[in-house]
Design a protein around this ligand. Sequence first.
Ligand code: SF4
Length: 323
Amino acid sequence: METIKNIPDTNISAQDDMNIEDRPVRQRKPDWIRVKAPTSKGFAETKKLMRELNLNTVCEEAACPNIGECWTKKHATVMILGDVCTRACAFCNVKTGMPRIVDPKEPQHTADAAAAMGLEHIVVTSVDRDDLPDGGASQFVKVIEALRRTTPNTTIEILTPDFRNKSEAAVEAIVTARPDVYNHNLETIPRLYPTIRPGARYYASIRLLESVKRLDPSIFTKSGMMMGLGETRLEVHQVMDDMRSANIDFLTLGQYLQPTPKHAKVEEFVTPAAFDAYAAIGRAKGFELVASSPLTRSSYHAGDDFAKLRDARNAKLAKASAG
Ligand code: SF4
């Protein structure tokens, strides 16, 4: 799942009927995290379209702080395979439980949304579907195929679950469908997996990304981490090294925000200067691109970043052929 987990300060729904003194204390955010409430016309239009096409978005499900900015610009990250996840990660706001059947119209509806919004680049993610034999991989393939048919000029970025305990063939099928960017988030450092991401295995996630690159080196690979969960600087550097050993092209780092008081606490609000320092280290370690700031999310400015990745690769190829 995507690393975007925040609920606006005004949202006290589940806590409304508690006595004030019984309510868990909500952590105060520093000024650099605050964002404006979404009110624009573009925001309302994006919302209407998603409802009409019966599509879920991670922007809403995870209560992403960037929703006002992104939806105003008609950027939304579609969340396929329903809105109920089979895992219960300590950082994630998406509902957990027994998911509903897979919607056969979802691939075409996703493509229709991309066409209606005139998207140059689309990001598609999903909940974890451990209940499905292929973890939902075939639905990703159908979405990619529908997009290629309907909006052939839209570049496609997918953000998948780890497909843990599913066959290699699940990931191979997605790679064969050739998304432009394959993203899978490591989310945090390995030491914190048992508490933050208990259903996942750090090295299985690294291997997934490594195999995507091995199967098709032309697909850009991308991964991200949430900061502020108790990781140390050296542990973050080690994760960067592990990512580079899997040839991951693009790193995203953003501040973890506690979605509700029941979720994992924010241990630290990492300063913008510290995010800049991580970006410099990441570039020195060889990532083609690093996006690192408090409000960075996997899909934030994804279209612009894809264009930068493509330009960087083309520049390298041109240099190599000239030399
Ligand atoms: S950053 Fe991603 S998830 Fe958040 S609103 Fe923008 S597109 Fe949606």
